[in-house]
Design a protein around this ligand. Structure first.
Ligand code: 48F
Length: 260
């Protein structure tokens, strides 16, 4: 069969447009395709929610691809090993309570499971603002990442969401824009972003899960973003807290409570 380049183009444009149009109004908009955002997307989609995940970069996976300092292995502690098992990511015991997994296998497998569960990933899109009505975040304002990178003066587009998850990692980008532009008090001791502290793996892993919560009406924080919001320390390349946080935030939104 002779291939027609215009048919190829039409196939891409029409299929993408259908996906985009179908996700202009979603149950959950996840910002950030790192481990926390991907795990949350999987459990939410599996729980029947319409989920759209926005990732600024072309690649999904956030800080997990590079393991620690580009040694592409991740460490997961006992409490989170069951999540790797559930996703089908091979993990081997290094010492009692410490498991390692191939970072590339972890990213690709978790992402694949999230997509197969029904979540849609929109990569190369940056979330630059939120939609607010009566102090509740109702949606996101998005643009192509290359537009942002080139500093082009182009107006963004909008999507509506019943819940937003800030899973943007160290930078807490959704919260920063809320803090800067909206009269919304965050559910932190000061009402503002407290900011990330220096490395303390043990404490950070515990706090990542504790701090995974609704931080203002319509917005949940998960993963490293939760720690940065509440002034917790960073944890380095141990990823159990990210996986457990992603699962916890899904449980909260699904109404399944903390023990999901
Ligand atoms: O940083 P990231 O992997 O966040 P995470 O899921 O996991 C943190 C760990 O990777 C690691 C760690 C310990 O384990 O400390 O850092 O909490 O993924 C965040 C993703 O969000 C994207 C960013 O490109 C990254 O892939 N992102 C950030 N801001 C935006 C965004 C934005 N405004 N719009 C879209 N994507």
């Amino acid at each position: 069969m002779a291939l027609n380049e215009v048919t190829i183009t039409r196939a891409i444009v029409e299929t993408y447009m259908k996906k985009l149009l179908d996700h202009l109004d979603v149950d959950v908009a996840v910002v950030g395709g790192g481990p926390a955002g991907l795990v949350a997307s999987y459990y939410l989609a599996r729980g029947g929610k319409k989920v759209a995940l926005y990732e600024r970069k072309l690649s999904i996976g956030g800080g997990m691809w590079g393991g620690g300092m580009m040694f592409n292995e991740i460490v997961v502690q006992e409490e989170a090993k069951a999540i790797l098992d559930e996703f089908g990511v091979a993990a081997s015991e290094f010492e009692r309570g410490y498991y390692t997994a191939d970072a590339v296998e972890a990213v690709t497998t978790i992402c694949s499971r999230a997509l197969k569960a029904g979540a849609k990933v929109f990569n190369c899109i940056t979330v630059e603002d939120v939609v607010i009505r009566e102090n509740r975040v109702m949606g996101l304002v998005v643009t192509w990442s290359p537009v942002e990178m080139a500093g082009l003066h182009v107006d963004p587009l909008t999507i509506h969401a019943r819940h937003v998850i800030d899973a943007t990692g160290h930078d807490t980008e959704v919260l920063r824009v809320i803090e800067r532009k909206a009269d919304v008090t965050l559910n932190t001791p000061t009402g503002k972003i407290l900011g990330e502290r220096s490395m303390w793996s043990e404490k950070a892993e515990r706090l990542t899960i504790e701090n995974t919560k609704e931080i203002c009406p319509g917005v949940y924080v998960a993963g490293m973003s939760a720690n940065a919001a509440f002034g917790g320390p960073r944890m380095g390349p141990i990823f159990g807290g990210m996986l457990l946080s992603g699962k916890k935030v899904a449980g909260l939104i699904l109404g399944a409570g903390e023990g999901y």
